[in-house]
Ligand binder design. Structure first.
Ligand code: NAP
Length: 251
């Protein structure tokens, strides 16, 4: 990884945006980018460790314009290998029941988990539309899109929104010969988000014990391995608009 030297040795470098690259799965995705010499831009509030930082609070719609401007700037005259945007930013907070948690934090969750992926995905596709190179848009989703978890209403709803967005937009891109669009549920992964789940009160998250057990039994997936498997999914074989669960695919 590293910054490209425009017009010289790195003119074929890919450019990769990863939201949520400051922690957990996003951080490991940033560390394991397979494209030699890729320019990697991490989008988050805290600075990522090893890649460029685009500082943005993605629960604030004003920040989406900054991200869109980055897509436009880098892709206007892009001549590299491929372009990738992985949206891994997400939050489980505020953990608790609708009607009981803080109003502002609930609204921020909805903006980050439901609205930001759709708008940022749209902005990426618009900026990359003129390109003939491989374009990949990957949304990190969750089994919570389909299963009921009391205490996660806006999180689960956000992931369900991502899944349907990916199905629809994948079908659109297929018609246009455009980007490859994919949603990946990573399984239960050993990240700070999981630590938050274990720390909350049972009353706000009645299934907490299940996550305590997964952790105690060492059944949480390793984020580095999860990141490598997500990268491998970009090599092909999945229909455009696929929504997949890493636990159910064998590569
Ligand atoms: N871990 C699991 O078991 C699991 C299971 C299913 C799905 N997922 C999904 O996987 C993705 C990554 O989760 P993780 O477990 O790696 O969580 P994590 O360690 O808590 O990381 C979350 C990332 O999202 C970013 N983020 C949170 N709020 C943000 C905001 N307002 N603006 C910009 N960035 C924000 C954080 O960056 P800053 O705090 O620096 O802003 C951080 O980089 C999420 O979409 C999550 O829903 C995780």
């Amino acid at each position: 990884m590293g910054h490209p030297t425009r017009g010289s040795v790195d003119t074929l470098a890919s450019v990769v945006w990863i939201s949520g690259a400051s922690s957990g799965i996003g951080e490991e995705l940033a560390r394991t980018v397979p494209d030699e010499g890729a320019r990697v831009i991490g989008i988050s509030r805290r600075a990522p460790r090893a890649v460029e930082h685009l500082a943005a609070d993605l629960s604030d719609p004003a920040s989406w314009r900054l991200v869109g401007a980055s897509f436009d700037r880098e892709l206007a005259a892009f001549q590299g290998g491929r372009v990738v945007f992985i949206h891994a930013a997400g939050t489980i907070e505020p953990l608790g029941f609708a009607g009981e948690v803080d109003n502002e934090r609930y609204a921020a969750n909805v903006m980050l988990n439901s609205a930001a992926p759709q708008v940022l995905g749209h902005l990426f596709l618009a900026a990359a539309r003129h390109l003939a190179v491989d374009r990949h848009l990957v949304m990190i989703t969750s089994g919570a899109a389909r299963s009921v978890y009391a205490g996660w209403s806006s999180y689960g709803a956000g992931k369900a929104a991502i899944d349907q967005w990916v199905r629809d937009v994948g079908a659109e891109q297929d018609r246009r010969g455009g980007a490859r669009v994919l949603a990946v549920a990573p399984g239960t992964v050993d990240t700070p988000m999981q630590a938050l789940l274990r720390a909350v009160a049972d009353d706000d998250f009645p299934q907490r014990q299940r996550f305590l057990d997964l952790h105690a039994d060492r059944r949480l997936a390793d984020p580095t391995e999860v990141a490598r498997r997500i990268w491998r999914l970009l090599d092909g074989g999945l229909d455009n608009g696929s929504v997949v669960d890493l636990r159910q695919i064998d590569r």
